[in-house]
Design a binder for this molecule. Structure first.
Ligand code: OAD
Length: 228
């Protein structure tokens, strides 16, 4: 048994903020500058696929240029000690910090998805209207991102982990998007303790809150758990 066993960590955009990737709802956040309905819904993609590809191509380039920060590195140590990382983030900074088996409930910028046959493959740096699916030859091909109105991925696995965890920790997420926003109640109802780590408390019902920037407070908290 590692010291991370029984811990489920949910991360959000706040974990990657200090790597230079924007959050969604903070001042200057992505959803203050872009219309969510245009770039993050199936209807938006149907109406203007070129606009949607341009949005995700830019985000993919930003993520590729960013480096994991001290919070990602600390969470990779916790994962190696047995914790499960569930992320709403579509960047791959947890993996590039060394974390394994990260559950990407909102999909991945590094993935592509065929809207016709459901095939998934590694996305090229730039996706474009007219790309052909490598499996069925058709399309349209889209980023492997869960859009509003779509069902998040790996929910059975996440629900199973929440039902048996001893500690649930939400890090850098505003708790506004369901189902992730409901994980704290789900874990608490199953008997887990709950902790929020955020720049400022979200207002969710957690047993304990640690406030501060992720790069400072997450490594301290992980050291507390791992005993060093
Ligand atoms: P939000 O932008 O809603 O919230 C970011 C959270 O991070 C806020 O609570 C901030 O206080 C916190 N934060 C900002 N900087 C931080 C720092 N340096 N250290 C610690 N915390 C910090 O982002 P999410 O909650 O991740 O979904 O958003 C959830 C989902 O909404 C996203 O996955 C995305 C979006 O629409 C889809 O696109 C499907």
């Amino acid at each position: 048994m590692g010291r991370g066993d029984g811990i489920v960590v949910l991360t959000g955009a706040g974990v990657s903020a200090e790597s230079g990737l924007g959050t969604f709802r903070d001042r200057g956040g992505l959803w203050t500058r872009h219309d969510l309905a245009e770039v993050a819904t199936p209807a938006g993609f149907a109406a203007d696929p070129a606009r949607v590809h341009a949005f995700y191509n830019a985000r993919r380039a930003n993520a590729a240029a960013a480096a994991p920060n001290a919070a990602h590195l600390a969470l990779a140590r916790l994962q190696a000690a047995g914790a499960l990382i569930v992320t709403q983030n579509v960047d791959d900074l947890h993996e590039r910090a060394g974390a394994r088996k990260v559950v990407h409930m909102h999909g991945r910028l590094t993935g592509a998805l065929c809207a016709s046959c459901g095939a998934r493959w590694d996305a090229p740096a730039v996706m474009a209207v007219g790309d052909a699916c490598p499996v069925c030859g058709g399309g349209p091909c889209r980023p492997d991102i869960v859009w509003f109105g779509e069902v998040p991925r790996h929910m059975d696995r996440i629900d199973a982990a929440l039902s048996v965890c001893a500690l649930f920790v939400a890090i850098g997420t505003s708790g506004t998007v369901y189902p992730a926003a409901g994980f704290v109640q789900e874990a608490a109802a199953a008997g887990a303790r709950t902790l929020e780590i955020n720049l400022e408390r979200s207002g969710g019902r957690f047993d304990r809150v640690i406030e501060g920037p992720a790069t400072r407070v997450v490594p301290d908290w992980v050291a507390e758990i791992l005993g060093r």
